[in-house]
Design a protein around this ligand. Structure first.
Ligand code: XIL
Length: 323
């Protein structure tokens, strides 16, 4: 499909509100309404992001939703969630064709009850594949991949605003990762996955997601070239996710320019798994990443990879809230 996909619902709603304001208040008054900062600044991450039509989300382990401190911080500060593990292949299809959506559904229900958005992560990845997938070859793996995408993306149709369709398919040097998918299915497998996801959920934003792509480097350039090729041939891709698992003193001198060059291809960009190692530069680095997203019109939101250091997948206290 070559038509641009619809903007996320929240952006459309803000535009509708702005348009209504123009009609009601007249041009001069409306300009003041739209272009001056709000009298009272938002006090949470999510509300602050929403002021510019963006989201600020967190990765969630559903097992902690019953902890009141965890649930309160998540529900108060954030306006988007992603499942840290519950929507991955091993969790959602433990046996061939037998789907288990219990964890993902729990998170979707929790988020919907609080008016929060849900990102989908991830349909196809070399890691966290169930055992039965790991040994498949040729057409059997192709069928398994397509059935998996159809089963999961159909189930969550209308419930997730975006999917990480393919995760981490490139190496640092810009070559393809030699995963079972790459070796068994050949170079076309990423395109095939995007086409299958588009067929299963035509309205969801379809993203390619990776790490180590925070600078203009060999890896991000290889992904850039793939996205440019996809856009030129009408392969349905809408967004690129930058995981942004970084160090406190990460060199981010080309971070914003990198986001912008992808946006200029006609895709949205999202910060999808942000966490920043503990150290003297930690807070500044969070600020640099956030300012870069704010400065790129097509940067639609930021997700941090967890709520609290207590439950981070990293051991260097990389999150916004401590234990
Ligand atoms: C991690 C989770 O945080 C861990 O709980 C799990 O054991 C392994 O996966 N890139 C990704 C995420 O795309 O899915 C990974 O999440 C972190 C790296």
């Amino acid at each position: 499909m070559t038509e641009p996909r619809p903007r996320p619902r929240s952006v459309r709603r803000r535009l509708a509100l702005a348009t209504a304001a123009v009609a009601a208040a007249g041009i001069a008054a409306a300009s003041a309404l739209i272009f001056t900062s709000p009298a009272q600044a938002a006090t949470t991450l999510g509300a602050s992001a929403a002021e510019s039509g963006r989201y600020f989300g967190a990765a969630v382990s559903t097992q902690y939703l019953s902890e009141s401190a965890y649930a309160n911080t998540l529900g108060t500060e954030f306006n988007s969630v992603v499942a840290e593990n519950a929507m991955k292949w091993d969790a959602t299809e433990p046996n061939p064709g037998q789907f288990n959506f219990s964890g993902g559904d729990q998170l979707v229900n929790w988020a919907q009850a609080r008016g929060m958005k849900v990102r989908g992560h991830t349909l196809v990845w070399h890691a966290q594949q169930p055992g039965w997938v790991q040994g498949l070859t040729g057409q059997n793996l192709r069928n398994a991949m397509n059935n998996h995408i159809a089963g999961v993306a159909n189930h969550y149709e209308g419930k997730v605003f975006a999917w990480d369709v393919v995760n981490e398919a490139f190496e640092w040097d810009g070559s393809r990762r030699q995963s079972n998918l790459q070796q068994q299915l050949g170079n076309g497998w990423i395109e095939e996955a995007f086409r299958a996801a588009d067929a299963a959920d035509p309205a969801a934003r379809l993203c390619y997601n990776d790490y180590g792509t925070d600078a203009i480097n060999a890896k991000s350039t290889a992904i850039y070239n793939m996205v440019r090729d996809f856009k030129s041939r009408g392969v349905p891709i809408d967004c690129v996710g930058f995981q942004t698992h970084i160090a406190h003193n990460e060199n981010l001198s080309s971070y914003q320019a990198n986001l912008q060059r992808f946006a200029d291809l006609g895709v949205d960009v999202e910060i999808t798994e942000l966490d920043v190692g503990q150290g003297s530069g930690q807070a500044n680095t969070y600020g640099t990443v956030t300012n870069a997203c704010m400065a790129v019109a097509r940067c639609t939101g930021i997700t941090v990879w967890g709520v609290t250091d207590k439950y981070s997948w990293r051991t260097d206290n990389p999150l916004l809230f401590d234990g």
